[in-house]
Design a binder for this molecule. Structure first.
Ligand SMILES: [Zn+2]
Length: 212
């Protein structure tokens, strides 16, 4: 997909999928509706239309080298996270010969990977009942990188490294402890590990969860 496609405004959007047409017609007005009805997001414009305050952060840029008949070919690899700081988070990766294109591809992938995160106050020291942390301890893994996210009391802040902190902030988690396990420091893998951990706050998404 060309970079201009991901930047295109909602106004000029011609939906290609049924869900896209439902969003444009106003039959679906929130991401909650999408997940409640078990619909799949196949177009990034759906996310743009339903989450106006979506923020994105580039978490890492790396190189990938591949041997081809023509010699060594290097490409950039970008990892991007998107979130509304209120319970929706996506993380994606993209590879391209240009940095800008790799970021655009990763942003697109992150939007298509957006999921709800269940926030809460799972801290026994706190017990305020507000959604400033997560409801219980969760774990995530990507390759050789693993992370455990532990609920913390209000005012604690994010006791986490730079990448987990950015991803947690985009998800809307304000207070927690983290413990990470990594044999090699790969920023992209860490971002995906945090994403996996946070999305596991919803084991199975049922309509009942949305009513609560
Ligand atoms: Zn609390």
């Amino acid at each position: 997909m060309r970079s201009s496609d991901t930047q295109r405004s909602e106004a000029g959007w011609i939906p290609k999928t049924r869900v896209g047409r439902m969003v444009q017609a106003g039959d679906v007005v929130s991401l909650e509706d999408i997940f409640k009805q078990g619909l799949r997001i196949m177009e990034p414009e759906i996310v743009d239309a339903l989450v106006p305050g979506l923020r994105q952060e580039v978490l890492g840029i790396g190189f990938v080298q591949k041997q081809t008949d023509a010699g060594e070919k290097s490409r950039f690899k970008a990892t991007v996270a998107v979130g509304n700081s209120a319970g929706f988070l996506g993380v994606g990766g993209g590879k391209a010969r240009q940095v800008r294109s790799a970021i655009d591809k990763a942003t697109l992938a992150a939007k298509l990977a957006i999921v709800p995160i269940r926030r809460g106050c799972g801290s026994w020291e706190c017990g305020c009942g507000q959604p400033h942390s997560i409801p219980f301890t969760v774990k995530g893994k990507c390759g050789s990188v693993g992370i455990e996210i532990i609920p913390g009391p209000r005012g604690l802040g994010l006791v986490a490294g730079e990448v987990p902190k950015t991803v947690l902030t985009l998800a809307g988690v304000k207070d927690c402890w983290t413990r990470s396990f990594a044999s090699t420091s790969t920023l992209g893998s860490m971002a995906f590990a945090v994403y996996e951990a946070l999305r596991s706050t919803y084991g199975i998404v049922t309509p009942k969860d949305w009513v609560a």
